[in-house]
Ligand binder design. Structure first.
Ligand SMILES: *Cc1c(COP(=O)(O)O)cnc(C)c1O
Length: 405
């Protein structure tokens, strides 16, 4: 093992056993010269819709495309408001703005780091009033309609979708899942009394197949899943310049198609996704076992209604930056997801100041740390990580004790 460094991710471990199969995908594309659309794209769309348990899957160019197209196709209009969270990748809010809407942030649940449904309810009850003409919620200060909510299934774990959907239905809101980190994540819906996959829990959902995701292409790719035929048809138009047939444009759209090589690669890898997710879950359980009882450290919590796909394994420590430096010194790579919440980033400031007060989000951003996690991470590597963490927290408490003495 090279220097015993524990890498944050290792895509080679995943690709090496599939080298032959993946190479055939490239060769077939070269031989047929079909690079955009065609049978490989249709085949992947069928496969991924089956995997998610939805009627439709529409392959697009990226997760950001998927979010933007899903919002527009579901009916979000210029000047409307879309509610989401601030501890996510900026693509979530870029897509909202690019759909012509305004992103508005609510705080997260401190245990799961995902949207807190109570904050959603409170937002609609206290910041909004009912429009007398349309019956829809309207923001009291700006007068803008609230159109949709985008819960983000962060780190591979579904948001509290039962509660979020209940509030959304009460107020007539569209629900677009940001499932870009949650391929194969499961959610128990109390209403239907069954486990369902991320991507099948809202009006429509967006997936990213960026290489590092649980299901990753060898380039850029994404998909929208939905049960709604009208939305599916609209996303198909949007991704292809608004075309309904060649050079007949019903609307102005985008260049946002999934290419044939990526689709072929994704079909090869999709067959292994459930197994890979199972390996991720085992690694996560092993970390939790190894780190149990470590003072000053919080491991991920998984409510009984969700089975995380563990895109990331995120711990929490009051001295996160110290711990991160200590781990780097011990050749353990780590990540921050995300170090600066969106409501504190420049595009969302007004006169250099934020308009949002999101204490849970800000505290989490200061304390979270993502540990190495990928299918193929060994128990030996996990032991190295855990020992390094415990070394830090021991010396940490020892130093504090000495200061007291
Ligand atoms: C990766 C990601 C996206 C964007 O996906 P791209 O394929 O990079 O456009 C959006 N939202 C979240 C939560 C993500 O993790």
């Amino acid at each position: 093992m090279k220097n015993d460094t524990v890498p944050f991710v290792d895509l080679n471990a995943q690709h090496e056993p599939l080298l032959e199969e993946l190479t055939i995908v490239f060769r077939d594309a070269l031989q047929t010269s079909r690079f955009i659309g065609g049978p490989p794209v249709e085949e992947f769309e069928r496969n991924f819709a089956d995997f998610c348990g939805t009627r439709y899957c529409i392959g697009v160019g990226s997760g950001t495309d998927a979010l933007r197209f899903a919002l527009i196709a579901a009916g979000v209009k210029q000047g409307e408001v879309v509610i989401t969270v601030a501890n996510t990748f900026i693509a979530t809010t870029e897509a909202i703005s690019q759909a012509g809407a305004f992103p508005d942030f609510i705080d997260i649940d401190e245990q799961t780091y995902t949207m807190d449904p109570e904050h959603l309810r409170k937002y609609l009850e206290t910041r909004c009033r009912q429009d007398t003409k349309t019956g829809r919620p309207v923001h009291r200060q700006t007068g803008n309609h609230i159109a949709a909510v985008v819960p983000v299934h962060l780190y591979g774990q579904t948001a509290d979708m039962d509660a979020i959907r209940e509030v959304a239905e009460q107020y007539g809101l569209i629900v677009i899942e940001d499932a870009c980190q949650a391929h194969g994540a499961l959610h128990f819906t109390r209403r239907e009394k069954q486990w369902k996959k991320a991507g099948s829990l809202g009006t429509a959902a967006a997936f990213s197949f960026y290489p590092g995701k649980n299901l990753g292409a060898c380039g850029e790719a994404g998909a929208v899943t939905t049960d709604d035929e009208r939305i599916a048809r609209m996303v198909r138009m949007l991704r292809d310049h608004g075309q309904i047939e060649k050079y007949h444009h019903r609307i102005e759209g985008y260049n946002g198609r999934l290419d044939a090589i990526q689709a072929g690669i994704l079909s090869v890898k999709l067959k292994h996704l459930s197994f890979w997710n199972e390996l991720r879950r085992r690694c996560a359980q092993h970390y939790t076992y190894l780190l149990a009882g470590t003072k000053g450290l919080l491991t991920p919590s998984e409510p009984e209604w969700t089975k995380s796909a563990y895109h990331l394994y995120v711990i929490r420590s009051a001295d996160r930056d110290g711990l991160r430096r200590h781990l780097a010194d011990h050749r353990v790579e780590t990540g921050l997801h995300y170090p600066l919440p969106l409501h504190l980033q420049e595009p969302y400031l007004l006169g250099g100041r934020t308009m949002w007060n999101l204490p849970n989000t800000e505290r989490a951003a200061r304390e979270i740390l993502s540990l190495p996690l990928y299918p193929g991470l060994t128990a030996y590597q996990q032991n190295l990580v855990a020992e390094a963490i415990q070394g830090f927290h021991r010396t940490d408490t020892a130093a504090a004790a000495m200061q007291c003495a």
